[in-house]
Design a protein around this ligand. Structure first.
Ligand SMILES: *[C@@H]1O[C@H](CO)[C@@H](O)[C@H](O)[C@H]1NC(C)=O
Ligand SMILES: *[C@@H]1O[C@H](CO)[C@@H](O)[C@H](O)[C@H]1NC(C)=O
Length: 427
């Protein structure tokens, strides 16, 4: 009797396991075949925003309408459809943190990459690189590193999306890029001496090979990020064409050197609130407040990155025209207010009140990603016993980019694998 029951149980279990396996296979097949079934939808931009809007539309009154064109009602609605072109080495991690928090607050849908933290940079952006993208699908924000490619980006976002980006003085950007990515560019390996940047700049043409692996990191990186040809000479008509294309596409071009003012222009352009702009400087390099270039090397770096310098000067001019339109005094007041509130938050959230070296960061969750062979990027320790009211915001404001991406559900296995390999070989 007992033996027969045992056999019955065993066959029942086998049946169950087999059934489960078969069902899983069917589900898997269904998933794999799913996308094709939907590919007959037209490709192209989504006409309307798909943002979740609560019934009481969160509009706000413009407090000082004297600066706004006559005829405006003084009421605006926060813009939630945003393309942020994340350029390299431009404080853009700090801006990403702001965008992540804004996205969470308004329950927006991010167009994220899959398996890593960029859109297969440096290959030009393709809509198919967006995780779970299907034609006709709607996203609100795209903000990870990419090589800009306007027609493909337009497929992912609603037609009235706000395009914003940020630039940095090309000599500082060049130095930073050299420091951060130099080891990924084989042509730098043969540069002799300790001061490789200086040596390179003394005779760039001797060391630079436009066809060398990763060479774009060392010449007109900004122009390259915007999808343009970074090896053009100044005077080539394609330089001005490229700048015109960028000017026509991007509503707001911010400047790292005037980050707080940039955020105020962002607030104005997107109808955001001061609360949305609070930030701690993330991913900052040790001693980054002082330039590492002598005036002579700075001049050489600008000459070497002449196209980026032209780009920067163009948008420097538009930037200050916008500040003028915003109102000089209003700008000064608003920047002071932001700085006061940031300092307040730093006192509430940060142990010791300031950033510390990587070695002094206690929790791995707070460790920023480091350049190869270096530990030069600073981070923070969250204060112990932060009161409940602030704890969540503090944590979000301090979370480094990769950890925040993971929290938002991005699978970063390639990036993480690379990190583990570096840990093992201690690079
Ligand atoms: C509005 O801006 C003007 C010009 O900058 C300034 O004189 C005025 O005090 C501002 N009003 C308010 C309510 O902030
Ligand atoms: C940027 O524009 C301002 C205002 O016109 C000017 O004073 C400044 O020198 C410019 N900076 C650069 C780097 O061109």
């Amino acid at each position: 009797m007992v033996g027969k029951q045992g056999r019955q149980w065993r066959s029942l279990c086998k049946g169950l396991v087999l059934g489960t396996l078969l069902t899983s296979c069917m589900i898997l097949l269904y998933c794999l075949s799913g996308p094709q079934a939907q590919f007959n939808l037209p490709e192209g931009p989504v006409p309307y925003s798909c943002a979740h809007r609560p019934a009481q539309a969160h509009t706000r009154l413009i407090t000082n309408s004297s600066h706004h064109a006559a005829g405006q009602t003084g009421i605006c609605t926060p813009k939630v459809d945003i393309m942020f072109m994340k350029t390299h080495k431009t404080a853009s991690s700090t801006l990403l943190n702001i965008l992540f928090r804004f996205g969470e607050k308004h329950r927006l849908k991010f167009a994220f990459p899959n398996s890593r933290n960029d859109f297969f940079y440096p290959s030009p952006f393709q809509s198919s690189q967006v995780k779970d993208y299907r034609p006709g699908m709607c996203f609100n924000i795209i903000c990870n590193h990419m090589r800009f490619n306007a027609p493909e980006v337009a497929k992912v976002l609603p037609t009235d999306t706000s395009y914003i980006t940020i630039l940095r003085d090309p000599s500082e950007l060049f130095e930073s890029s050299f420091h951060y990515f130099g080891r990924l560019v084989p042509m730098t390996w043969k540069i002799p001496g300790e001061d490789k940047v200086g040596e390179f700049l003394r005779d760039p043409r001797h060391y630079f090979d436009p066809n060398g692996f990763n060479s774009f990191y060392l010449k007109n990186l900004l122009f390259f990020d915007f999808g343009q040809d970074n090896t053009l000479e100044l005077g080539d008509p394609r330089v001005e064409e490229g700048i015109r294309a960028i000017a026509g596409r991007f509503q707001l071009v911010m400047l790292v050197e005037h980050f707080d003012e940039s955020l105020m222009l962002l607030k104005d352009a997107l109808c955001w609130e001061m609360d949305d702009l609070l930030f701690f400087k993330l991913n900052a390099r040790k001693g980054s407040t002082v330039s590492k270039l002598t005036p002579e090397l700075r001049a050489k770096a600008l000459e070497w990155n002449a196209v980026d310098w032209r780009l920067y000067q163009h948008f420097n001019a538009t930037f200050w025209r916008k500040v003028e339109a915003y109102g000089r005094q209003r700008m000064a007041d608003d920047v002071a207010e932001l700085q006061r509130r940031n300092a307040e938050m730093a006192a509430v959230c940060i142990e010791g009140g300031h950033a510390v070296d990587a070695g002094s960061i206690q929790e791995t969750a707070m460790q920023p990603w480091q350049p190869i062979g270096e530990k030069s990027i600073m981070g923070y320790n969250l204060k112990k016993n932060v009161d409940k009211a602030h704890r969540k915001l503090c944590l979000k404001m301090l979370t480094p980019e990769l950890q925040y991406l993971t929290e938002l559900g991005v699978n970063l296995w390639i990036t993480k694998l690379w990190g583990h390999v570096r840990d093992v070989i201690n690079w």
